[in-house]
Design a protein around this ligand. Structure first.
Ligand code: NAD
Length: 374
């Protein structure tokens, strides 16, 4: 019997870690997500139950910089695949954002709702510190500012905690959302020929830290918002604040909307879901939205404009990198985030000129920057 698109999406989202559907039984070097990563470190602390992996993909542009994710991976192989993909994504994101940082990422295997303790994050801080600055950490899914503050008691290689007397830094999510909004507007302009969002319908999958702030910008621009989240309090918050329409989490990808903004999980745009998408534009915060690279080709064939995730969600790393550098003004951070709009447009235009997927163009541009630095 054929599964409906909604059921397929629901069954995937139940079992899949945030950014990869791959990984069972794979080792490191033969893993399809291994991309010549410079180093992969496992860390363990018996006293606190800390268990995780730090991957440094490339340091051609500078130390590996990227967030730490806490997720209850079903297997170590899933965690390895996730950290490999995410760290490569950070290399590309940092390169295209013009930052002097390479790509790195950390995953902690655990449940962020039940397994956290300040001691666990202090132990994590020690694991980061042991790498002597080859990797700099910050927040990602499942991690709060307080967790990184605990890590900061054991290492200086941490950001996203704010600095006393500085307006730059802290929780990157509001800035990430603003950057996504700029990229989304660029995509609407390119695909729909519209300078404003008035009356456009936008589906937001996941109204957590970033999704909620994105809704604020969309609402302020006159867009109609449809939201879904598996965590009801977040749905209620978006409905109350912005009058958002609420959809079933299993159906949100397939809503009759102009724009789809995935702001929850990775891997949601894939061979199973693309045929049933109704949006003309995809622009959201989630990392690694495409299941595999070839999904970019399918999207192009279907005439759906995909705003590459790591291009439009780069304001978070722009913010925490500025905090870490310590000498960047708020105006400069705002200017760097503002460039997401023109960078997105440049990618869309080149993709049309060369009749290639936007995801492929972004990857190529990033690889060129990294190769030149190396
Ligand atoms: P978050 O955990 O605060 O929010 C994610 C939301 O998605 C949660 O409310 C969760 O309940 C919901 N969700 C989970 N599974 C879902 C499903 N199947 N359907 C609908 N909703 C579901 O995380 P966040 O910080 O807002 O990040 C969102 C995405 O953006 C992640 O992929 C993250 O890697 C990416 N990202 C975040 C930042 C940042 O600054 N926070 C920066 C760059 C990229």
């Amino acid at each position: 019997m054929l599964m409906t698109a909604e059921k397929r999406a629901a069954s995937q989202s139940r079992r899949t870690p945030p950014d990869t559907a791959r990984g069972s039984g794979m080792t490191l070097f033969s893993n399809p997500d291994f991309d010549g990563h410079e180093a992969v470190h496992a860390f363990f602390d018996e006293a606190t139950g800390l268990k995780g992996i730090i991957a440094v993909h490339s340091r051609a542009l500078g130390p590996g910089f990227g967030g730490c994710r806490m997720w209850p991976y079903e297997s170590e192989a899933e965690a390895i695949s996730d950290v490999l993909r995410l760290s490569r994504g950070m290399s590309y994101k940092n390169a295209l954002a013009g930052l002097s940082y390479g790509g790195g990422k950390a995953v902690i295997i655990g449940n962020s709702k039940t397994d956290k303790s300040p001691e666990l994050f202090e132990a994590y801080g020690r694991a980061v510190d042991a790498l002597g600055g080859r990797y700099i950490t910050a927040e990602d899914v499942g991690i709060k500012v307080a967790d990184m503050k605990a890590a900061a008691r054991r290492t200086a290689y941490v950001s996203g905690i704010g600095r006393e007397g500085s307006q730059v830094g802290g929780d990157p999510s509001p800035n990430t959302a603003y950057g996504v909004y700029l990229g989304l507007k660029a995509a609407v302009r390119h695909k729909l020929g519209r300078e404003d969002l008035t009356g456009l319908r936008v589906a937001v999958q996941g109204v957590g830290n970033v999704g909620f702030h994105l809704c604020r910008h969309l609402h302020g621009s006159g867009a109609e918002i449809v939201v879904a989240d598996v965590y009801k309090p977040n749905v209620d918050r978006a409905r109350e604040a912005f009058g958002a329409e609420v959809a079933d989490p299993a159906a949100i990808l397939f809503e009759d909307v102009d724009v789809l903004a995935p702001c929850a999980l990775g891997g949601v745009i894939n061979a199973e879901t693309i045929a049933d998408l109704r949006a003309q534009v995809i622009a959201g915060a989630a990392n690694n939205q495409l299941g595999v690279e070839a999904d970019g080709i399918t999207l192009r064939r279907r005439g759906i404009l995909y705003a590459p995730d790591y291009v439009v969600n780069s304001a978070g790393i722009i913010t925490v990198a500025a905090e870490y550098d310590g000498d960047v003004t708020l105006d400069e951070v705002t200017a760097r985030i503002g460039r997401i709009h023109e960078r997105s447009l440049a990618i869309f235009e080149r993709a049309d000129r060369e009749d290639r997927p936007t995801s492929e163009i972004a990857d190529q541009m990033a690889r060129e920057i990294i190769a030149e630095a190396a």
